[in-house]
Design a protein around this ligand. Structure first.
Ligand code: C5P
Length: 205
């Protein structure tokens, strides 16, 4: 079984994907991490994330980079959303995601284009959304728990900018697959969102 979990930043898709993988005993790939690694590598190389050639070169990042906690930062998220615009970058990362998705054991992948591009044949497709306010508030609490001092306004502006880039790009824009089930987590607690996702997958498979 392939489970595709797509949606914008801080919608709760990562939490849901991890919980689904645990519940159904499937391997899980956070595909955003791959784009974050490309963005971070581009930065480390002194490249320009908006330049397709520099961004493509950064796709050869070392495996160890995926373990770097810096990939979780807002800065890396911003870089990821810039390098992920380039079709050449998306192509370079396609095979790796495709191989993961089609392993015999089945898989859970979360990202932006899993249900539309990477695994359109997925048996279960979830599109996880939440209001910008709810997502900014979550991010705000997360960052402050980590001791980072960043304002709610700055987080909201950053989320809105990334949403616009992800939705507006020509190649693999953030959009729900026609056969995806939408879960709005704005007013759901973590456990409620997970329960809703498990019930949805049970009904779809
Ligand atoms: O999900 P996450 O916030 O880690 O993703 C970081 C960025 O990587 C997103 O804003 C998006 O631009 C890009 N991305 C993508 N396709 C995916 C996963 C992430 O374009 N499948």
């Amino acid at each position: 079984m392939i489970i595709a979990v797509d949606g914008p930043t801080a919608s709760g898709k990562g939490t849901i994907a991890k919980a689904l993988a645990h519940h159904f005993g499937l391997p899980h790939l956070d595909t955003g991490l791959l784009y974050r690694a490309v963005g971070r590598q581009c930065f480390l190389d002194g490249g320009d994330p908006d330049d397709p050639v520099d961004a493509l070169a950064a796709c050869a990042f070392p495996e160890g980079l995926l373990e770097d906690p810096e990939l979780r930062s807002e800065a890396s998220g911003g870089l990821a959303s810039r390098v992920s615009i380039h079709p050449t970058v998306r192509k370079a990362l396609y095979e790796r995601q495709r191989t993961f998705a089609t392993q015999p054991a089945g898989a859970v992948l979360d990202g932006r284009d899993i249900g539309t591009v990477i695994a359109p044949e997925a048996q279960a497709k979830l599109f996880v959304v939440a209001s910008v306010e709810a997502r900014a508030q979550r991010r705000f609490l997360e960052m402050h728990a980590q001791g980072r001092d960043i304002s709610l306004e700055a987080i909201t502006a950053d989320l809105a900018a990334r949403d616009e880039r992800d939705r507006g790009r020509k190649d693999a824009p953030l959009v729900a697959a026609a056969d995806a089930l939408v879960i709005d987590t704005s007013d759901l607690k973590r456990e409620e969102a997970i329960a809703a996702a498990i019930a949805a997958v049970d009904a779809l498979r």
